[in-house]
Design a protein. Structure first.
Length: 402
């Protein structure tokens, strides 16, 4: 936890130096983080340096101004030399930093950490750039090759079906799959098929915003194969989806225990909920459980401490574990290069916003937590299984986790 005034003063001086050196600044983000950052700039008396706010896309609900500053759509910016402070939540940071980098901007900075200068706690670290090459679960990568229900890479599927698995002596770490901004594979089919067949769990990918996708959807397949072959390939795709689509998990926390049944029904609007059960723990067990769950994520210690203080209100704590699947997970890159399901995040944010007024002394993430990706889901399943072995499972709900 960084309540240290020396740390706070260092960051404040660092940020003020930036503001002094940049008389015309755009804030990328007009949500909670962007507004929080603006209040810090207001506190430091540099609001005249702010030209306006940037959003990726305007919609009907987007106001023309906030704090009397204009809101611009990113595509309307013309000056590549503009100074931009990125002020978006953790899940969107890498996406925006990538976008700015690949669009030719040079003077952009992550303002997230500075937005906490008027808050009690300050994050320990925030990346200023994003890695060019990222390791990703190969099943997550294949689930990104859908546009809704339409599969876009039948050419790759056919190559995976036709090609025999031949061991290779090449170093997988030296191999890279080129994808576009939406993680759609834009690389040579034979190369990718060979790599996927010989990789264990993860593959390396490079996100290239200038890469062009050559669509090989169902229409393409029907032009290449006769009706009998099309039927066989579509059946293979259904089998592959079962292989690629992995379970995700949600945890409904004790403050929301009376809402648990309603939340599960709301999850079913987005996800395929397959099972759930409750675990009852004492204070010590629950504290260890929460810390273990968040050890799989990049949540900072002060955030965990704050959530525990709010959730530990009774001697016994009941959590509900929900197993679900997402057909269209919409993975993207989180900070530090981790993947996160955009669909899963949208689902839990919708549930949080719907029920936050029903929770006394609400703070973020004391209603529902969801795993970000397949690797984290596997780790959380293991944590849950260890608690089940202690015999503290409630009889309600379905009977098994896996």
């Amino acid at each position: 936890m960084y309540t240290d005034e020396i740390r706070r003063n260092e960051l404040e001086n660092e940020f003020e130096t930036f503001l002094q050196a940049n008389p015309k600044i755009y804030i990328y983000g007009a949500g909670i983080v962007g507004k929080r950052l603006y209040h810090v700039i207001e506190y430091l008396n540099y609001t005249e340096n702010i030209v306006g706010f940037i959003v990726s896309n305007k919609c009907m609900n987007t106001p023309g101004k906030i704090f009397d500053k204009n809101i611009y759509e990113f595509c309307d910016l013309e000056n590549k030399e503009s100074s931009i402070l990125v002020a978006v939540s953790e899940a969107y940071q890498n996406e925006i930093l990538y976008l700015l980098k690949e669009s030719g901007y040079h003077h952009f900075f992550n303002g997230y950490i500075y937005s906490y200068l008027c808050e009690e706690y300050i994050p320990e670290y925030m990346p200023l750039d994003v890695p060019d090459i990222i390791d990703i679960d190969k099943n997550e990568l294949m689930m990104m090759q859908f546009n809704g229900d339409d599969f876009l890479r039948y050419d790759l599927l056919i190559a995976l079906i036709d090609r025999e698995v031949v061991p290779t002596h090449e170093n997988n770490k030296e191999r890279i799959i080129i994808v576009d901004s939406l993680f759609r594979i834009c690389d040579q089919v034979e190369k990718v098929a060979k790599y996927l067949q010989n990789a264990d769990e993860k593959v390396r990918m490079k996100r290239d915003f200038k890469a062009t996708l050559t669509v090989a959807d169902r229409k393409w397949m029907m032009q290449q194969r006769d009706s009998k072959e099309v039927a066989l390939i579509e059946n293979m795709l259904r089998e592959k989806i079962i292989e690629w689509k992995k379970a995700m998990y949600a945890i409904i926390w004790p403050p929301a225990k009376l809402l648990a049944d309603r939340i599960i029904e709301e999850m079913r609007e987005t996800a395929e909920v397959v099972s759930w059960f409750d675990i009852i723990m004492d204070e010590e067990e629950f504290t260890g459980f929460v810390k273990a769950v968040y050890s799989t994520d990049d949540v900072e210690e002060w955030q965990i401490h704050t959530k525990l203080l709010r959730m530990l209100k009774q001697d016994k704590c009941k959590v509900r574990i929900v197993k679900f699947y997402l057909h269209s997970p919409k993975f993207r890159i989180k900070r530090f290069g981790h993947t996160i399901s955009g669909a899963g995040m949208e689902m839990k944010e919708r549930i949080r916003n719907k029920h936050k007024n029903e929770i006394d002394n609400y703070i973020k993430d004391i209603i529902i937590h969801t795993t970000d990706n397949y690797e984290q889901a596997y780790l959380v399943a293991g944590i849950v299984d260890r608690h089940l072995k202690k015999g503290n499972k409630d009889g309600a709900g379905d009977k098994t986790l896996c």
